[in-house]
Write a protein that binds this ligand. Structure first.
Ligand code: TRP
Length: 337
């Protein structure tokens, strides 16, 4: 059997999973999951890098795992894991951190943005070393591809640089992953409905612009109705404003329709009709996810079992990598490994 390339990706269990996550990440993962050996991770340790509420973290971790499955990630086909269930992630992060020049981390724009927004005394150093933990996530599994959004490009470059540095200083140990930003398959970038110049984001202050996957259908429709368009009244496909372009993109991504069909459906149509048809599509896509999610949450024992199996599968691979890392670094072999 030919080994399939390894894919690793993850999301933080903070905020509400939304339509942008579904169309930009989850759905492309699902569509291509048969082509790869996949690891899809709930990165709970990363969620500790900003202030958090412990009870909410527990609930959100299960919620995100259930939403992965409800959205089509098949635990028989892909390894679904909670990051902290595999202690090798934190262990490798320590070793890699000792090989990461401070300057590399100081250049990370996400750190600069996030830390600028809080007082220095209140930021944990985990926010600074966050990309090292992400590198550990990826390198533990000898990953080939990491499907993430543009905002993660710098972290991926750092991961590659760290792999090269480790291999150079201590001997060939890690596969250097490829950067594969944006589209695996049909991943799209979805913007906020009330501020179409900004990405639909889990950390948005107002949730008006964000279609959460667990929003009730009437809420979804109401949010689309309030979506920002422009001072016009009908769709002109040649020059849509950012708000209209975003609605069209959501429709295109949800329906899989081509340019021709888009034109036939919307050229000259009123904004009200555009919003209604997009809302119909979004609700039709989200309702089955919600139904499956309810099933999964009504049976927590099964979900926990899936997560335990995922952790066991992942650990086997992660532990193998750590044996090699320990040897290269000069740490005594773990007794029992
Ligand atoms: N930092 C990523 C994000 O915020 C989440 C993440 C953590 C991740 N570890 C990863 C993504 C490993 C891909 C691979 O989106």
């Amino acid at each position: 059997m030919v080994e399939r390339p390894v894919v690793f990706s993850g999301m933080q269990p903070s905020g509400d999973l939304h339509l942008g996550n579904l169309l930009g990440a989850l759905r492309p993962w699902v569509l291509e999951q048969h082509l790869f050996h996949n690891y899809f991770c709930v990165v709970d340790l990363h969620a500790l890098t900003m202030p958090w509420d412990p009870a909410a973290l527990t609930a959100k971790t299960r919620e995100l795992a259930a939403l992965y499955i409800a959205s089509g990630i098949d635990p028989q086909r892909s390894t679904l894991l909670v990051q902290s269930h595999v202690p090798e992630h934190a262990e490798l992060a320590w070793v890699l951190g000792c090989l990461t020049p401070m300057g590399w981390l100081e250049r990370m724009t996400q750190y600069k943005d996030k830390s600028r927004r809080s007082e220095a005394e209140r930021i944990g150093s985990g926010l600074f070393t966050y990309p090292v933990l992400m590198a550990a996530d990826i390198l533990l599994y000898q990953t080939d591809f990491v499907p993430v959004g543009e905002d993660q490009r710098q972290h991926l470059e750092l991961t590659r640089n760290l792999a090269v540095r480790f291999n150079h200083l201590l001997g060939e140990t890690f596969k250097v992953p490829e950067v594969r930003i944006g589209s695996m398959g049909s991943g799209s970038k979805i913007m906020s409905l009330d501020d179409p110049d900004r990405k639909m984001s889990k950390s948005e202050e107002s949730d008006q612009g964000v279609i959460a996957l667990l929003d009730p259908p009437d809420r979804i429709r109401a949010k689309f109705r309030r979506a920002k368009t422009d001072s016009g009244t009908v769709v002109e496909l040649a020059s849509p404003s950012p708000g209209v372009a975003n609605l069209l993109e959501i429709y295109r991504a949800l329906s899989g329709c081509g340019e021709e069909e888009l034109r036939a459906t919307f050229e000259g149509a009123g904004y009200g009709r555009l919003k209604d048809l997009v809302a119909d599509r979004a609700i039709a896509a989200i309702e089955p996810i919600q139904a499956r999610f309810q099933e999964l949450t009504s049976d927590p024992a099964t979900l926990d079992l899936i997560l335990a199996q995922g952790a066991a599968q992942a650990r086997e691979v992660a532990a193998r990598t750590m044996v090699e890392v320990r040897r290269r670094v000069g740490l005594l072999p773990s007794p029992g490994a």
